[in-house]
Design a binder for this molecule. Structure first.
Ligand code: 0PR
Length: 377
């Protein structure tokens, strides 16, 4: 640190030059986050000093958090669900499985997850000392229920289903997983970190939430398709499953107990999430999802015409395309300014069609993809 501080304008110039190096979202087809809605940004700034780690000082923000959980509970068929706003999907997944582990007292616990599960479950395994068993996927990249069943044994404490998988945007058969969970008396966590703000607004209806009686907990992130500011993840538990197994005594705070993983935590992101949910309402989110799905179908149609076939018909706003010379094409696309990503198994071009994209950008992408494909034919 400098001995003497800089003038504000000098600091702002330093910030500007750092910001210039950041990517603006225009040509990003690899991100699961997007530009937050302007009202979320306003709310975030209004609550910038609020700390929900000591919410006795911030009862107004705490009320907003309770309202957000209620809104999300209603979205997921349990208006009385409990939970809190986490730092994101990773914290939510860790905390859900921490509850499962704390409720159970097996010495070598294991959790069965689909092999499509996000890497946050590997972090969870390491932190909690829980073995993660990965179940096979079917030909459409949903978890194979027989494979899940064969992995369950006396030390299994929980099952995980994904509603909107990171790589394919696929939805696991949550009802079948719930049947297994109920018959083996297991905790079932649904990771809808990405899908939580997409699936309820799709034309096709999927059953993936607390309407399924075996579902114990859910992750759904306002800071992904919820258009909220970072860090806003959502962790919800069915009404009758409380968060008591996470509670810690907090002797020197204005509150007596805390259940979050983070101590000091952002009230600003909670206010942002509340503001955008109140402002958009179901209609607003439906419009956003409709628009993203329209662009996704257009990309798939355009790619098909170029001979790049999708691995599955997109379920949500993620397209996975089988392109020849994948690495070369991605490099070429990168040279044209595009950020893309890949799936692991099978390897394919993975495109996430987020709200920051527009129809013109999609047309430009299809035409650039065509040029790249032709170059390596
Ligand atoms: N569960 C699922 C299904 C996810 O897709 C993700 C994140 C998580 C959990 C973890 O969420 P947090 O990152 O909020 O802890 N999936 C993306 C990933 O890590 C997130 C992402 C966001 C990727 C922005 C790129 C990006 O630019 O791959």
């Amino acid at each position: 640190m400098n001995q003497k501080g800089l003038l504000e304008k000098e600091v702002l110039a330093l910030l500007d030059s750092a910001r210039m190096k950041d990517t603006s979202y225009e040509k990003v087809l690899s991100a699961m986050c997007t530009r937050p809605h302007p009202i979320a940004v306003k709310a975030h700034m209004q609550f910038i000093e609020s700390n929900l780690g000591d919410f006795g000082l911030f009862p107004g923000t705490k009320e907003l958090e309770e309202k957000v959980i209620r809104i999300m509970g209603e979205m997921y068929s349990d208006p009385n669900a409990c939970g809190y706003i986490t730092t994101g999907g990773t914290e939510s997944n860790i905390q859900a499985l921490r509850i499962a582990r704390n409720l159970d007292h097996r010495s070598h616990p294991n959790v069965v997850v689909p092999s499509s599960a996000h890497f946050s479950f590997d972090k969870t395994a390491d932190l909690l000392g829980v073995e993660i068993r990965k179940a096979r996927l079917d030909s459409e990249f949903r978890v194979d229920i027989d494979s899940v069943e064969t992995l369950i044994d006396d030390n299994t404490i929980a099952l995980v289903g994904i509603a909107g998988s990171t790589e394919f945007g696929q939805i696991d058969p949550i009802e079948d997983l719930a049947d297994l969970a109920l018959s083996h008396d297991l905790f079932l966590h649904v990771d809808a970190a990405f899908g939580g703000f997409v699936i309820p607004f799709l034309d096709k209806k999927y059953t993936f939430d607390f309407s399924v009686s075996g579902v114990t907990s859910m992750t759904s992130d306002p800071h992904k398709m919820g258009m909220a500011t970072i860090p806003a993840g959502g962790l919800l538990f069915r009404q009758d499953t409380c968060m008591r197994p996470l509670e810690i005594d907090t002797p020197y705070l204005t509150i007596r107990k805390q259940h979050s993983l983070a101590g000091t935590r952002s009230g600003a992101a909670v206010a942002g999430a509340y503001a955008v949910m109140m402002h958009l309402g179901r209609e607003g989110y439906k419009k956003i999802v409709d628009r993203c799905m329209k662009m996704t179908h257009r990309i798939v149609q355009g790619a098909n015409e170029l001979g790049a076939t999708p691995l599955i018909d997109p379920v949500m706003n993620i397209a996975t395309l089988d392109v020849p010379e994948l690495d070369k094409i991605r490099k070429e696309l990168r040279a044209k300014g595009w950020f893309t990503s890949v799936t692991r198994e099978p390897r394919a071009l993975r495109l996430i069609i987020m709200p920051h994209l527009g129809e013109e950008t999609i047309e430009k992408f299809i035409s650039d993809l065509g040029e790249c494909i032709r170059k390596f034919q």
